[in-house]
Design a protein. Structure first.
Length: 368
C-alpha cells in the first residue's frame, strides 16, 4: 500500500529519473563557499513546473553529495589526528535528529577543547556548514511537498524492484509487460533498509516513471550504506594488499637469506691461545678437539669475494705468524691458501675453490 506524501525531514537518495536530493541524509560538509549554497539556489516557490522543481532538487543533491564526500575525508583526517582516548567525531552526532543536548553540543565542545588552530578552524567550519545544510534541507522539504509522488515504507527483505512493480501494476494500473519496460529504464538500489521510504510517480501523459529512496525511519539512506560498504571494502583491500606486500617482503628476505647461506662460508677466527683455553684445540698438538661451543658468527659471501683479511689486534695479538684452517679436510694449496705479510702485520685467507666451501663452517686458528 502506498502513502501520500507527508512532510519529510529525512535525507533522500536519487535512484531514477530526476531526483529529490535535498532529502539526502547529509554527511558533514566543509567545502569553502558551501555556506552560500542556500543563497545561490532558488527559494521555495520559484520552481514553476514539476520538471523545474526536480531539476532544482537534483542540483542541490549533486552539490551536497560532492561536498559530503570531501568532508568525509576531512573528518577522517581530524579523527586520525586524535590521540588514544581523545574525542573523535561521528557523522551521526551531527545530523541525527533525535539527539540529546549533550550530543547536539558535541561540535561546540570539541571547538572549545581543541588547541590546534588549524583543527579548531576546521571544526568551526563544520558547524557553519552544518547550519547552512540544515537551512537548505528545510527549504527543500517545502519544495518537495509540491510533488505528487507516493511512497511505501520498506520492510526487512523488501526489494526495490518488487515494490516498484507493485506500484506500477497496482496504483498506476499498468500491465506487467509495460511495468517491466518502465522499470528497466530507471535505477534501483539493492541496499534497502527496514524503515526506508521508497517513492514512486508515474505520469501517464508523459509516460514517464521515477523512483527513489529516502531515509525514513531507517536512520540512513542506501547511499550511506553503500559508501560504508565501499569504505569497508577499500580498507579490506588495503589491508590485504599490505599483508600481501609484507608476505612478499618476508618471502624475498627469506629467499635472499637462504641464498646467502647457501653461498657463504661461515667462520670463527681466534688466537691459538684463546682456542686452547676454550677447549676447542688440544693443549699439546693444537688439534681440533671440541667445536660445540663455537659460534661461527662471521661469514664470507663467496658470490662477492674470496678473501678473508685478518689483523692481529682483532685477536689480542701483536703480529700474525701463522693461520690454520680447520677441520683439516680442506687442503691448503688446493682448496685455499694463506698469505702472511712480511712484517707479520696481517694475513689473508684466499679461497681457491669456492664451491666446496659454500654453506660450510670453518675455524681459523691464528698464531702470534
Amino acid at each position: 500500500m502506498t502513502h501520500r506524501k507527508t512532510i519529510l525531514t529525512d535525507g533522500g537518495e536519487c535512484l531514477a529519473g530526476m531526483t529529490r536530493t535535498g532529502l539526502v541524509t547529509v554527511a558533514i560538509v566543509a567545502m569553502v563557499g558551501f555556506a552560500a549554497l542556500g543563497c545561490a539556489r532558488p527559494g521555495p516557490g520559484s520552481a514553476k513546473t514539476t520538471n523545474e522543481l526536480l531539476t532544482q532538487l537534483q542540483e542541490d543533491r549533486t552539490e551536497i553529495d560532492q561536498t559530503s564526500g570531501t568532508m568525509m575525508k576531512r573528518i577522517e583526517v581530524f579523527n586520525a589526528s586524535r590521540k588514544p582516548g581523545e574525542r573523535t567525531l561521528q557523522f551521526s552526532e551531527i545530523f541525527t535528529q533525535d539527539l540529546n543536548p549533550e550530543q547536539r553540543d558535541v561540535l561546540n565542545a570539541l571547538v572549545e577543547q581543541e588547541k590546534d588552530i588549524s583543527y579548531k578552524a576546521l571544526l568551526q567550519r563544520i558547524i557553519a556548514d552544518r547550519d547552512s545544510i540544515r537551512e537548505l534541507q528545510e527549504k527543500v522539504a517545502h519544495l518537495e511537498q509540491t510533488l505528487p509522488d507516493e511512497f511505501v515504507v520498506a520492510k526487512r527483505g523488501d526489494r526495490h524492484e518488487l515494490l516498484a512493480m507493485a506500484y506500477l501494476t497496482g496504483e498506476a494500473n499498468l500491465d506487467e509487460a509495460k511495468a517491466k519496460t518502465l522499470l528497466s529504464q530507471v535505477d534501483q538500489t539493492d541496499e534497502l533498509l527496514a524503515g526506508n521510504q521508497v517513492w514512486f510517480f508515474y505520469d501517464p501523459q508523459q509516460d514517464s516513471f521515477r523512483t527513489y529512496v529516502t531515509q525514513g525511519d531507517a536512520g540512513q539512506t542506501p547511499i550511506r550504506v553503500r559508501r560504508a560498504n565501499q569504505r569497508k571494502l577499500i580498507r579490506e583491500r588495503d589491508t590485504a594488499q599490505a599483508h600481501a606486500e609484507n608476505l612478499e617482503r618476508v618471502k624475498t628476505d627469506l629467499e635472499s637469506d637462504i641464498a646467502t647461506r647457501q653461498n657463504s662460508l661461515f667462520y670463527h677466527a681466534a688466537s691459538d691461545v684463546s682456542l686452547r683455553g676454550q677447549g676447542v684445540l688440544s693443549p699439546v698438538l693444537k688439534r681440533l678437539r671440541d667445536v660445540q661451543g663455537v659460534q661461527f658468527e662471521e661469514s664470507l659471501d663467496l658470490r662477492a669475494g674470496n678473501n678473508i683479511d685478518l689483523i692481529p689486534q682483532s685477536y689480542g695479538l701483536d703480529q700474525i705468524r701463522s693461520v690454520r684452517l680447520l677441520p683439516p679436510v680442506f687442503q691448503e694449496g688446493r682448496d685455499f691458501s694463506i698469505e702472511t705479510a712480511e712484517d707479520f702485520s696481517s694475513a689473508r685467507v684466499v679461497i681457491l675453490d669456492p664451491d666446496i666451501f659454500k654453506g660450510k663452517e670453518v675455524l681459523l686458528s691464528i698464531g702470534g
